[in-house]
Design a protein around this ligand. Structure first.
Ligand SMILES: [Zn+2]
Length: 398
C-alpha cells in the first residue's frame, strides 16, 4: 500500500454523488464532513453545516462517496489457492501470516469490515484485535472462530468437529471463549470436501436447534453453510441469521427466509472461482457444477420475493482471493438484484447482519469508513472495483 500522508481532521470530502448504504437513491453534488473519526454530516454539499467552508476539503471529480465495503463471508487464513485443504497452512504461525496479508488485501480493495466464517482457531479474532489496536492494516473483523461441523462433514480443517445435541452447546461456548462474535455451523455437505454431498443435510434438526438457541442466548448470531434445500430449511427453522450459499432454494425455503428475516449470502464468487480456475482439481469442479447451475435461479427467486441479500465472497476458497466483494456485488446485480440493493448488500445490510450498526452507512454519528469509488457506481457497478481513496475511522488508508 502506498504511504498515505496524515489525514486532516476535520475534513470535507466532495464528489458528484453519494450512496449512503441504506439503498436510498444517490445524493447529487454531495459532501461528507468527517470529524474525530466520525461522520459529522453526509448529504448535499449545499447543506454542510456553518463553518465547513473553512475546513480543508478533498475533491473527487467523477467519483462516488459510499461506505467502506463489507464482506460478510471470508476466510482470512486461506489465500485462494486451487485446493482449499492444501491452501490453509499447517502451522498456526503461517496461518497468522496469511491472515495478516489477506486482511491488508481486503482493506486495499476498500473493504473496511469483514465477517470471518471459519479458521482453525482464534486467528481471525486476533487479526481483528490487532486492526482495532491500530498495529496492522485491515478491515474490522467479526469472527466466528472454528466452524461447527459434524464428523465426516465439510471443512473439518477450518472447524470444530462436533456431534450431538449437548455438544453443540459446548461448541458454541468454546468459540465464545476464543473471542467469537458469531457462530458458523455447517448444515449440509460442501463442494470442497469429499464424502457427504453438498445437497444433503448434515446435522439433525435437534442439533441445529440447540446450537442456535445457545448462540442467541449468549448474544451471538449464527451463519449456516447450507447448499441443498433440506439443510437450508432445517437451518432456517432453527432460526439462523444468515444462510451462506443457498444454491438450491425451493418455495418452502423462501417462505422460511421471509418468516424468520434471515439474510441470504449467495457467494457467487465461490463456485465461479472453482469453475474458472485452471488448476482446481477435477473432483472439486464436478461437485461445484450443479450448485453453480442452480444458483442464479435460486437467488433471483429469493430476492424477487423480498429476501434480503448480503454480499459474501467466501474469499480464500479456490481462485477467490481476498478483496473481491465488488465483483460479488456485480454478480448479484447480474442475477437480478436491484443495483442500489446490491450496493446495500455490501454496506448497510451486511453491517447490520454483523451487528456493527455504526458502520456500513454514511450518516451523522457513524464511523467514518468511506470508499471513494472512481466512477458513477449507480450507473456502473464496475466503479466499485476502482477505489480512488479509502478512509477508515476518518483516516486515509488508501
Ligand atoms: Zn466459507
Amino acid at each position: 500500500m502506498p504511504t498515505v500522508p496524515e489525514t486532516p481532521d476535520p475534513l470535507v470530502l466532495r464528489a458528484p454523488r453519494l450512496l449512503d448504504g441504506t439503498g436510498a437513491p444517490p445524493v447529487d453534488a454531495a459532501a461528507l464532513l468527517v470529524e474525530s473519526g466520525r461522520i459529522a454530516y453526509a448529504g448535499p454539499a449545499a447543506g454542510l453545516p456553518e463553518g465547513a467552508e473553512r475546513v480543508e476539503a478533498l475533491d473527487f471529480p467523477g467519483a462516488t462517496l459510499l461506505p467502506g465495503l463489507v464482506d460478510s463471508h471470508v476466510h482470512l487464513v486461506a489465500s485462494g489457492g486451487p485446493d482449499l485443504a492444501a491452501d490453509v497452512p499447517k502451522t498456526e504461525a503461517e496461518r497468522m501470516l496469511a491472515a495478516v496479508v489477506n486482511a491488508r488485501r481486503q482493506l486495499e480493495a476498500g473493504v473496511t469490515l469483514v465477517r470471518d466464517l471459519g479458521s482453525p482457531g482464534a486467528e481471525a479474532v486476533l487479526v481483528g484485535r490487532a486492526v482495532e489496536a491500530g498495529t496492522i492494516p485491515g478491515p474490522r473483523v467479526v469472527a466466528s472462530g472454528p466452524a461447527v461441523t459434524m464428523t465426516g462433514g465439510h471443512i473439518p480443517y477450518l472447524g470444530r468437529v462436533t456431534d450431538g445435541v449437548e455438544a453443540m452447546r459446548a461448541a458454541v461456548r468454546a468459540n465464545l471463549a476464543l473471542g467469537a462474535r458469531c457462530i458458523k455451523v455447517v448444515a449440509t455437505g460442501g463442494v470442497l470436501t469429499q464424502g457427504i454431498d453438498p445437497r444433503e443435510p448434515a446435522y439433525t434438526q435437534a442439533e441445529l436447534d440447540a446450537l442456535v438457541d445457545e448462540a442467541h442466548r449468549l448474544g451471538l448470531t449464527v451463519a449456516a453453510h447450507a447448499i441443498g434445500e433440506g439443510g437450508v430449511a432445517a437451518a432456517l427453522r432453527a432460526g439462523v441469521d444468515s444462510v451462506e450459499h443457498g444454491m438450491f432454494l425451493d418455495e418452502r425455503a423462501i417462505e422460511l427466509f421471509l418468516k424468520t428475516g434471515a439474510r441470504l449470502s449467495a457467494t457467487f464468487l465461490a463456485p465461479h472461482g472453482i469453475l474458472v480456475g485452471p488448476s482446481v482439481p477435477a473432483w472439486i469442479k464436478d461437485r461445484a457444477r450443479p450448485t453453480a447451475e442452480a444458483q442464479a435461479r435460486s437467488f433471483r427467486a429469493a430476492v424477487s420475493a423480498g429476501v434480503p441479500a448480503v454480499a459474501g465472497t467466501d474469499a480464500g476458497t479456490p481462485e477467490n482471493p481476498h478483496g473481491g466483494v465488488a465483483r460479488e456485488v456485480a454478480f448479484m446485480a447480474e442475477a437480478g438484484l436491484d443495483v442500489l440493493l446490491a450496493v446495500k448488500a455490501a454496506t448497510g445490510e451486511a453491517a447490520d447482519l454483523l451487528g456493527v450498526t455504526d458502520r456500513g452507512v454514511l450518516r451523522q454519528g457513524a464511523a467514518a469508513d468511506v470508499l471513494v469509488a472512481g466512477g458513477d457506481v449507480a450507473a456502473d457497478l464496475g466503479a466499485l472495483q476502482r477505489p480512488a481513496a479509502v478512509f477508515q475511522d476518518g483516516r486515509r488508508v488508501g
